[in-house]
Design a protein around this ligand. Structure first.
Ligand SMILES: Nc1ncnc2c1ncn2[C@@H]1O[C@H](COP(=O)(O)OP(=O)(O)OP(=O)(O)O)[C@@H](O)[C@H]1O
Length: 383
């Protein structure tokens, strides 16, 4: 749908912003371009709608070499959203949204109808906001109008350059979620520039990590985080890597601790003696079928059977759940440990210390994988 073939951009002053770039965005796919400031993301994006012309190489949009396409006609097929939304200050929200339909010569009634529909779609009630001017909106609302405007003529391709970059983190997450919901319905082909790896991971079907003017890795988010292709990528995604690894690392049986286990029908004094021997303050309680029932505190086990003192265990997870889920369950139940089951079978408990060890294991394994790759970063032009 969008294809770059050996595209290079050298500016007049000799800066090579993009070097021999080849990649493709499939129809309906959202690819995020992520990388540090000045690595060529915006240049790459602006070459797609011919705001910038490549020095060499070819770019195809919907199978057509854009070098031979009238730029004005091309831009009508490509929605464009930028950080400084660029709304016309003297035009109302409805008029701003209807900009492209206006340029396309749609009749007024149809334009307004379409603009209202789009405002609704991005969560702005047209009867409330339609007649306002841009300076009567919040930053997040202006961004929404920017998105509505880009979608107004239903272009198959969207270019988004840090569209949510100027709003606070809470509004930003909200806008990202709304955009994901929209994209699930629209299936636009989207190139989305961001310097925020978190945003790239959340939105992208695939992430293109830019080095200096080239793509270092173009892969689905889990792969970029879990198996960075080069030390550069590992470094770029690495700043708060531990947190991101939580969501892609699974609990394994080797991560678990084995506390004492007692059964529901065991006499309490016998169970208490056992806990004293093992110097354990509590035990996991299983039923006759060895299914997890709950837990019991040593101090409670004075008389009767374990059944009378056992407490239900709410904090549990199946083996194979992620460390992030484990962490969430710990917080939700304010639990110092959580039980892990394989089907109906209890197989051990995960403690905060073990969770930390599992995280280290995961990060170290990545580091070894990356070290094994024989990558020479010096081959990247300009680095
Ligand atoms: N008109 C220009 N003339 C000369 N150099 C330019 C021009 N525009 C951009 N550059 C340079 O090209 C390189 C890539 O710029 P580009 O704007 O594509 O980067 P970016 O990754 O989008 O950065 P940012 O995240 O800061 O927006 C930078 O070194 C920049 O200084």
């Amino acid at each position: 749908m969008i294809r770059f073939e050996n595209v290079t951009k050298r500016y007049a002053d000799g800066t090579t912003a993009v070097h021999d770039l080849s990649f493709e965005v499939a129809e309906g796919e959202l690819v995020t371009l992520v990388g540090p400031s000045g690595c060529g993301k915006t240049t790459t994006m602006k070459m797609v709608n011919r705001l910038i012309e490549p020095t060499s190489g070819r770019i195809f949009v919907q199978g057509q070499d854009i070098a031979g396409t009238d730029p004005v006609e091309l831009r009508r097929r490509i929605g464009y959203v930028i950080q400084q939304v660029g709304l016309f200050p003297h035009k109302t929200v409805l008029e701003n949204t209807a900009t492209v339909p206006y340029l396309l010569g749609w009749p007024k009634g149809k334009r307004r109808e379409r603009a209202a529909e789009l405002l609704d779609l991005v969560g702005l009630d047209p009867s409330v906001y339609g007649d306002r001017y841009p300076d009567q909106l919040s930053g997040g609302q202006r961004q929404r109008v920017g998105v509505a405007r880009a979608l107004a003529a239903d272009p198959p391709v969207l270019l988004m350059d840090e569209p949510f970059g100027a709003v606070d983190p809470v509004v930003r997450e909200h806008l990202q979620n709304e955009f994901l919901r929209l994209q699930a319905q629209m299936h636009k082909t989207v190139l989305f520039v961001t310097h925020d790896i978190e945003e790239a991971v959340r939105l992208g079907d695939r992430i293109a990590v830019f080095g200096q003017g080239t793509i270092e890795q173009l892969s689905p988010p889990a792969e970029v985080l879990g198996a960075p292709a080069t030390p550069y990528v590992a470094d770029f995604v690495g700043a708060d890597r531990g947190l991101k690894r939580l969501s892609v690392t699974e609990i394994e049986s080797g991560d678990l601790e084995q506390p004492p286990v007692v059964h529901l029908d065991d006499p309490a004094p016998k169970a208490a003696a056992r806990l004293r021997t093992e110097d354990a303050p509590w035990a996991v309680v299983l039923d006759d079928a060895d299914t997890l029932h709950g837990w019991v505190a040593a101090d409670d086990l004075e008389a009767g059977s374990v059944r009378e003192h056992a407490r239900r265990m709410e904090a549990w997870l199946p083996v194979g759940a992620t460390l992030k889920q484990a962490f969430a369950v710990m917080l939700q139940h304010d639990a110092g440990w959580i039980a892990v089951v394989d089907g109906d079978r209890f197989i051990g408990v995960l403690t905060p210390a073990k969770l930390h060890e599992a995280l280290r294991r995961s990060i170290d394994a990545d580091a070894r994988d990356v070290a094994r790759e024989d990558v020479v970063l010096d081959s990247v032009p300009g680095s």
